[in-house]
Design a binder for this molecule. Structure first.
Ligand SMILES: Cc1cc2nc3c(=O)[nH]c(=O)nc-3n(C[C@H](O)[C@H](O)[C@H](O)COP(=O)(O)OP(=O)(O)OC[C@H]3O[C@@H](n4cnc5c(N)ncnc54)[C@H](O)[C@@H]3O)c2cc1C
Ligand SMILES: *[C@@H]1O[C@H](CO)[C@@H](O)[C@H](O)[C@H]1NC(C)=O
Ligand SMILES: *[C@@H]1O[C@H](CO)[C@@H](O)[C@H](O)[C@H]1NC(C)=O
Ligand SMILES: *[C@@H]1O[C@H](CO)[C@@H](O)[C@H](O)[C@H]1NC(C)=O
Ligand SMILES: *[C@@H]1O[C@H](CO)[C@@H](O)[C@H](O)[C@H]1NC(C)=O
Ligand SMILES: *[C@@H]1O[C@H](CO)[C@@H](O)[C@H](O)[C@H]1NC(C)=O
Ligand SMILES: *[C@@H]1O[C@H](CO)[C@@H](O)[C@H](O)[C@H]1NC(C)=O
Ligand SMILES: *[C@@H]1O[C@H](CO)[C@@H](O)[C@H](O)[C@H]1NC(C)=O
Length: 579
């Protein structure tokens, strides 16, 4: 009897290890591809397969190389360099795997050897759809964890995965303008108007610069090196032009995608409409690898740019002023105002820049601000500064104010930390005590707040005409609020856990409580990586439909990303299936 029990235990044990469908194949297991098989993949991608080590490996034994390490240190905070390196992502904490005591930080002692962490083992430096197809088929055939990396900017660590094969798309830079785009499958008289097709690796500044040269503009985000085609637009994509023309994903007309089978398909209003629905807001790294996307372009237009600074002598006066400021936001936003603000409670200071596209009428904008500015200006203990300037074009807002450097300018990156966020509705801001409730939450957190005024206007209106996976909370929102917390490279696991707990159990719950747990939601691309109930937060009532589409296009879960659709069926690293 005892022997029988033992035998069945042992049998059970060996079964768990032999079944490839439960866990992905790991190095040193018999299922891991042979050298010959890797070489074969390398041939099929024209020699673009590389073995990958974390970028800071050259700064540690046994691979210490002073010259190489100096070069790494010089580029450490350069987002352009990080985008092109298979052994890096932008937020260095995602390169480490603290749960497995593996990291490779520049700053730690050279005699501590580097762990691979969450850095992939191999990368296909993709140059074409074909390369992506070969990589996808290889990962599927050998049951290997797959990571899709474009810029590597993802704040939730979705562009890297331990013991994985990476597909690096950041080298695919083609941009093609079209006068009248006819989606595949549409009647040729059914042109959608001017558009641009952008390949997987195009960065936002590259897109803006190319569009400006054609006197066109398009809806995209505020960063030099975030990608236009990857996680950004697939997660919805907010923009300072959103209030004017909608979310980036609202302006997507067609995607070309490599599916989990390795097939190359079109997703638009005529072909694979369920995939088209999911790719507009369902999140990157989940439904396939996008090779290129075609988005609308718009003619250039003049802009009024406005700037409002508020400072106060004490914190109670400051928060009252910030409450009044939030009460005024719906009026500014209804008139087309969109942009960003920063609240710095430690300095009792806030600064906001809003643009009003397609007008030169500064007097109109000044009138909108007047009630707020004059009320604040006559409040004792408050200093207010206000200015409005007409600019000749949208592109000049980007080239002079938001992204004032040429293509090749990096974003600041290389930091260690995580964030939390929440979308807040117009209904809240126009309600009698809504702004005060919101500000009370900010007050209780006493941390820096980044406000994004990127919804309302066309984002709200498009809810009537566009059916996509985008979080429905966006259609009711005016602002997207983000806060973050950093830790040092020497932080122990316990110290890191303390930061996660603060974001997950204090900051985000305080923001959620303002409108209620079941109202509104959060923007999946700028959110807590440990978001509780992420399905409802990121997609609301769209989640069940997204989950069904995921099962249809990727039944085996080849594409799994942290807090992505279907990720709840897998463990934290996406290595083993839980159900
Ligand atoms: C400085 C900065 C500014 C930002 N500004 C904005 C902003 O204005 N508006 C906004 O909405 N967001 C903004 N973001 C957030 C941004 O949208 C996310 O970081 C997003 O994940 C970046 O997408 P990526 O493709 O560049 O990054 P990556 O980290 O490379 O990829 C993100 C996710 O998409 C997947 N993915 C990448 N490429 C593909 C592909 N071709 N096919 C399928 N999946 C793919 C990855 O696997 C990963 O899951 C900003 C971020 C930063 C760091
Ligand atoms: C792939 O082939 C190229 C060109 O022959 C070679 O330089 C590279 O080292 C190979 N990659 C791997 C992982 O062997
Ligand atoms: C973690 O790794 C470091 C460096 O390899 C080692 O010195 C340390 O003992 C490890 N800690 C634990 C808890 O395993
Ligand atoms: C700008 O406004 C004018 C006048 O209302 C309108 O005709 C034009 O279409 C607008 N331009 C854009 C790009 O929306
Ligand atoms: C505030 O009031 C003073 C005094 O009336 C005036 O000079 C100043 O221009 C006002 N500031 C703003 C921003 O309106
Ligand atoms: C607001 O403050 C910023 C940063 O200090 C400054 O650059 C800007 O000129 C100020 N705006 C006004 C209208 O004074
Ligand atoms: C990178 O930036 C961080 C701040 O985000 C800074 O603390 C660090 O010193 C910088 N590292 C290098 C190598 O420049
Ligand atoms: C991290 O620890 C190392 C070794 O103890 C030390 O040299 C380094 O200065 C520390 N770095 C930081 C940022 O605290």
């Amino acid at each position: 009897m005892k022997q029988l029990l033992l035998a069945s235990l042992l049998f059970g044990y060996s079964l768990a290890h032999a079944t490839p469908s439960i866990c992905r194949c790991r190095p040193h297991e018999p299922c891991w591809p042979s050298h010959q098989e890797w070489n074969h993949l390398n041939d099929s991608v024209h020699g673009n397969l590389v073995a990958v080590r974390p970028v800071a490996a050259a700064c540690h034994e046994p691979d210490l190389n002073t010259a190489e390490c100096d070069a790494v240190a010089a580029s450490w905070n350069n987002s352009i360099w990080r985008a092109t390196q298979p052994g890096a992502v932008q937020w260095v904490n995602w390169e480490a795997w603290p749960e497995h005591n593996q990291s490779c930080y520049l700053e730690t002692s050279p005699d501590i050897p580097c762990g691979q962490g969450r850095i992939p083992l191999y990368s296909v430096l993709a140059k074409s759809a074909r390369h992506i197809q070969h990589a996808v088929r290889f990962a599927k055939e050998h049951n290997i964890r797959l990571a899709i990396k474009n810029s590597g900017h993802d704040f939730l660590g979705r562009s890297t995965a331990p013991e994985s094969l990476q597909i690096l798309t950041s080298g695919m830079k083609d941009i093609q303008f079209i006068d009248n785009f006819v989606p595949a499958g549409a009647n040729k008289h059914k042109g959608e108007g001017p558009a641009v097709t952008i390949e997987a690796g195009v960065a936002l500044k590259e897109l803006y610069t190319a569009a400006a040269a054609k006197q066109r503009t398009c809806v995209a985000g505020s960063s030099y090196t975030v990608g236009a085609t990857g996680g950004y637009i697939q997660g919805g994509g907010h923009s300072p032009l959103g209030t004017w023309k909608g979310m980036a994903s609202d302006n997507a007309l067609e995607f070309q995608v490599v599916t989990a089978n390795g097939d190359l398909v079109i997703a638009n209003a005529y072909h694979n409409t369920d995939l088209f629905w999911a790719l507009r807001g369902g999140g990157g790294g989940t439904f396939g690898v996008v090779v290129h996307v075609t988005i609308r372009t718009f003619p250039e237009a003049p802009v009024v740019y406005s700037n409002l600074n508020i400072s106060a002598v004490d914190s109670s006066i400051f928060w009252d002023a910030i409450t009044q400021f939030h009460s005024s936001l719906p009026t500014l936003n209804d008139a087309g105002g969109s942009g960003y603000y920063f609240i710095m409670p430690q300095y009792q200071f806030s600064v906001m820049g809003l643009m009003f596209p397609n007008t030169s009428d500064t007097a109109m904008v000044d009138r909108l601000y007047h009630p707020l500015v004059s009320a604040l200006n006559s409040t004792s203990g408050v200093t207010v500064e206000y200015a409005s300037i007409p600019l000749p074009s949208i592109s000049s807002v980007f080239s002079k104010i938001l992204l004032p450097g040429p293509v090749g300018t990096p974003d600041d990156t290389g930091a260690v930390g995580i964030m939390g966020s929440r979308l807040f509705s117009r209904d809240l801001l126009v309600s009698k005590d809504g702004p005060a409730k919101l500000v009370n939450a900010f007050k209780s957190l006493s941390t820096e707040i980044i406000g994004h005024v990127v919804a309302g206007g066309a984002v709200a209106a498009n809810g009537q005409s566009i059916d996509s996976a985008l979080n429905p909370a966006w259609r009711r929102a005016v602002i997207h609020i983000v806060l973050g917390e950093r830790w040092g490279v020497n932080a122990t696991l316990a110290e890191q856990e303390a930061v996660k707990n603060k974001i997950t159990n204090v900051y985000v719950p305080a923001l959620r409580a303002v409108e209620g747990e079941h109202e509104m939601g959060a923007y999946l691309n700028e959110a807590n990586p440990y978001e509780v109930g992420f399905q409802a937060s990121f997609w609301g009532e769209n989640y069940p439909r997204l989950y069904r589409i995921k099962q249809k296009w990727d039944p085996t879960g080849l594409f799994i990303s942290r807090k992505g659709v279907g990720s709840e069926d897998w463990d934290d690293a996406g290595m083993c299936r839980l159900k």
